[in-house]
Design a protein around this ligand. Structure first.
Ligand SMILES: NC(=O)c1ccc[n+]([C@@H]2O[C@H](COP(=O)([O-])OP(=O)(O)OC[C@H]3O[C@@H](n4cnc5c(N)ncnc54)[C@H](OP(=O)(O)O)[C@@H]3O)[C@@H](O)[C@H]2O)c1
Length: 302
């Protein structure tokens, strides 16, 4: 009998691709889902079974989950800038995933969630992840770990253009607010470990807080040192400027307001970690290593 596959949704995403590759590295059978077979090709070439499925297609998802050992479940992408209703889109993806999992026989899943997903509202797009968690918990017979990731280090890559244009790092985050900054590769690795070790039962949320907490001022200091510009300053932009820049970049009004809401939630502490930092929720990649590996090559290229 063929062994049951591990199903990875969002397999071309930053986290999903790491999950899929880690499972393949371990020699496990992996079914990878995305909207295009072409984009799934690198994983197929490594031996994964690729399936083109739209995240809103519950029947397609159901077929993809058939006979699965376990699943990595995520809401991709981070944002659709020109979406007419991004929160509505997230809810429809969650509904499709829930309908596909109900009665599917899949017994274990790791969901990609976020710090702040304990709150149902006031947290921008993280409300979609709250809904994802709750819906997964309604699937009968499914044991699920919600992997509550901190603030992605990759979000800071947007600062490259800002520094080139303005000579400073700038965003609407308060300079001193500490965030659990985490690299997406560490999230993918943690998710793969959970799926493989997976003796979990019931429902649980686990935070992954990165290597250490870091504020925007602290992150800017690391970037400045790495660029050989130790004087690099961080400026907090007002929300009106933030809104105007997002709109000028083509973001729909509903998306702009979600981004504003998540910033305000982090600035005010509405979004915060709930677990004390520990060995279990600390991940290896330091911001220094992230800047060396991901930031500097892009900075030089822009
Ligand atoms: N940013 C943060 O700080 C943060 C923190 C915690 C949690 N999160 C959560 O992490 C998740 C994102 O994870 P990630 O960074 O690994 O994903 P990601 O890289 O943003 O996902 C990108 C994938 O989404 C698919 N995609 C792109 N545009 C799409 C569209 N218009 N409709 C449907 N699918 C589309 C593409 O896959 P295909 O083309 O192959 O279909 C693409 O490879 C989100 O749920 C986010 O809320 C984010």
């Amino acid at each position: 009998m063929k062994p049951s596959p591990y199903v990875v949704t969002g397999a071309t995403s930053r986290t999903g691709s790491v999950v899929a590759n880690a499972l393949l590295d371990a020699g496990l059978p992996v079914r990878v889902l995305g909207r295009s077979l072409d984009r799934l090709k690198p994983l197929a070439e490594r031996g994964a079974e690729p399936l083109a499925v739209d995240p809103l297609d519950s029947r397609g998802l159901r077929r993809a989950l058939a006979g699965a050992e376990a699943a990595y479940v995520m809401l991709q992408p981070n944002y659709i800038p020109d979406s007419p209703d991004f929160r509505g889109f997230q809810d429809r993806v969650v509904d499709a995933l829930g309908a596909a999992l109900d009665g599917s026989g899949v017994r274990r899943a790791v969901t990609l969630s976020s710090w702040g997903a304990d709150k149902p509202s006031g947290n921008g797009p993280v409300a979609g992840l709250h809904h994802l968690e709750k819906r997964m918990e309604q699937v009968e017979g499914l044991s699920v770990v919600h992997l509550r990731a901190g603030y992605f280090m990759e979000n800071t890559l947007g600062q490259i253009g800002v520094i080139h244009a303005r000579g400073v790092a700038a965003s609407p985050f308060r300079p001193e607010v500490e965030m659990p900054m985490v690299a997406t590769r560490d999230i993918g690795a943690a998710a793969a470990r959970l799926l493989m070790d997976g003796e979990f039962t019931g429902h649980a949320a686990r935070e992954f807080q990165g290597q250490r907490d870091l504020s925007m001022a602290g992150a800017t200091a690391v970037i400045g040192r790495s660029l050989g510009r130790p004087e690099l300053a961080y400026e907090q932009d007002c929300l009106d400027r933030f809104r105007a820049e997002l709109a000028a970049a083509g973001c729909a009004p509903n998306v702009v307001e979600l981004m504003v809401e998540v910033v305000e939630a982090i600035n005010s502490g509405w979004i915060r970690t709930l677990e004390p930092r520990s060995e279990d929720n600390t991940t290896p990649t330091s911001f220094e290593a992230f800047v060396q590996g991901q930031w500097l090559p892009r900075y030089g290229a822009q």
